[in-house]
Write a protein that binds this ligand. Structure first.
Ligand code: NAD
Length: 498
């Protein structure tokens, strides 16, 4: 059985005592194991990052960017291998894994603009012969803690930007599918990054807690479930660290009576079931406005779902793969059971899919549940599986109230042909990322990603312009060079420009 270790100070490290099995979710077999970093191993990574910081901080931004350009090329050259690694441990189908990688590469491309992004602000003559400017300095050692569902893209939201801003980085990927994350970081090392600038420690709570409590770590970026996001945010803050912690979601799509229903169904299919619904932007609730829209939506979805193909990542024709673990499979099925018990109607039942040759895989088929109400457990909580629930309301305002009242506020979408309704929706809805006839409104790399309410703890969103702000500290300098021999008088009042 092969062991997935760590990357510390430019070297592969693999001497931890504790290990955890890494499963292929399509076969249910443990084919690898991952080392779980001890406190000492994480401290070694932090020490390497701290040692690398002074020289890296003083490396010209254009030189940092050049390494990112090489990194981007290596990512493209190794795309197939990366997608294979994602498939083996996450179960993602190659076309979907390729989409994940491409979205990650776009963050690297944005980071290539470091010299422009770090230019700062300058004001001449703020006073007599006085100039003032703000510059954006790196923080030091920063840490990233990432979830299983985007093992390549989410880490790429973090470290390319952190590193081009002049920081050094310690990444703690998900222990459930760590290989692709580690391999991609090794490519960055290969692109010419000095040792210690990027470090990867695999592990669990022990590794995370070490990062959260170590004084040398200046900031923490986290993406994962809401309970852990809240824990990370409060602990990091209590330890004086800057923190952004992105959490879970329950993304609603409003289907208006005037929507192009065939188009809405196509969009909902991909957004609800793509990647087995294991996306924080997956559409998991369709809110149909009016009975006619509800009946039509359910009938058309039911018909379209007959063609859904769930299966192993090894067949590119499949639409989506298994969920991540046996335990998660049972949890998703449990939510479907609870919806049924609480009075909803299961229109398409994916609880027992047959995937020939993969009987031990963690598959859940596409599931459609009608007549879901807000009191049901399956409505309140994040399912994170290929399950679309339909809630029926009479008016658009009722649909918006439902969304606003939900604890999560990550993404949402409206399907309509009415521009006025769409504008009212985007203007007023209490959600961070909004789509208008766009089911997965994941911002491109030059905007920033983040939800509202309990989908994000912290002020700054991930990547894009907010990423630059998160990974830098503003310093404002005010400068005067008096002419030789000129002496200013003593001034006790607050300096002002008269
Ligand atoms: P998770 O919260 O279980 O794990 C995320 C990370 O936290 C992992 O690295 C894990 O090792 C670590 N962790 C887990 N338990 C911990 C503990 N008790 N103490 C310290 N660290 C701990 O999340 P997951 O299951 O890997 O990912 C799925 C979740 O992530 C979903 O809720 C999904 O919505 C969310 N997610 C959110 C976004 C977003 O941008 N908002 C993006 C992707 C995923």
């Amino acid at each position: 059985m092969s062991t997935i270790g760590h990357l510390i100070n430019g070297k592969a490290v693999n001497d931890d005592v504790r290990h955890q099995a890494v499963y292929n979710p399509a076969t249910g077999q443990a084919e690898k194991q991952v080392a779980l970093a001890s406190k000492a191993t994480v401290e070694e990574a932090i020490a390497a990052a701290e040692a690398a910081f002074p020289a890296w901080r003083n490396t010209a931004p254009i030189k940092r960017a050049r390494i990112m350009f090489r990194f981007k090329e290596l990512l493209e050259q190794n795309a197939e291998k990366i997608c294979e690694l994602i498939g083996e441990e996450h179960g993602k189908i190659p076309h979907d894994a390729m989409g994940e990688l491409q979205r990650g590469i776009e963050n690297v491309e944005y980071a290539c603009g470091a010299p422009e992004l770090l230019k700062g602000e300058h004001s001449k003559n703020v006073g007599p012969n006085i100039d003032s400017w703000s510059e954006f300095q790196p923080l030091g050692v920063v840490a990233g803690i990432t979830p299983f569902n985007f093992p390549v893209m989410v880490p790429l939201w973090m470290y390319p930007m952190a590193i081009v801003c002049g920081n050094t980085f310690v990444l703690k990927p998900s222990e459930r599918d760590p290989s692709s994350t580690l391999f991609v970081a090794q490519l960055l090392q290969e692109a010419g990054l000095p040792d210690g600038v990027i470090n990867v420690v695999n592990g669990d709570k022990e590794a995370v807690d070490t990062l959260l409590h170590d004084k040398r770590v200046e900031a923490v970026s986290f993406v994962g479930s809401t309970p852990i996001a809240e824990y990370i945010y409060t602990t990091a803050n209590a330890n004086g660290k800057r923190c952004q912690a992105l959490g879970g979601a329950k993304n609603h799509a409003i289907v208006m009576p005037d929507a192009d229903m065939d188009n809405a169904v196509n969009q909902l299919l991909g957004a609800a079931f793509g990647s087995s619904g294991e996306r924080c932007m997956a559409l998991s609730v369709a809110v149909a406005v009016g009975d006619q829209a509800g009946d039509l939506l359910v009938a058309k979805m039911q018909e379209a779902m007959q063609n859904l193909k769930v299966g192993a990542y090894t067949n590119s024709d499949n639409d989506f793969g298994p969920v991540i673990t046996r335990q998660h499979q049972e949890k998703v099925v449990g939510y479907i059971n609870s919806a049924e018990e609480q009075g909803a109607s299961i229109v398409v039942d994916g609880r027992h899919p047959v995937v020939e040759g993969h009987e031990e895989g963690y598959f859940v088929g596409g599931t459609l549940i009608d007549s879901v109400t807000p009191e049901m457990t399956s409505y309140k909580e994040e399912i994170f599986g290929p399950v679309l629930q339909v809630v029926r309301v009479d008016t658009m305002q009722q649909a918006m109230d439902l969304i606003d009242e939900h604890e999560y506020g990550n993404g949402t979408c409206i399907f309509t042909r009415d521009g006025e309704a769409a504008r009212y929706f985007s203007d007023n809805i209490k959600v961070g990322m909004v789509g208008i006839n766009v089911p997965l409104p994941v911002p491109v790399a030059y905007h920033s990603f983040g939800g509202w309410k309990r989908s994000l703890f912290g002020d700054l969103h991930a990547y894009g312009p907010d990423g630059v702000r998160f990974y830098t500290r503003r310093k404002t300098i005010t400068q005067r060079w008096p002419s030789a021999g000129v002496r200013e008088g003593v001034e006790f009042s607050m300096p002002t420009l008269k």
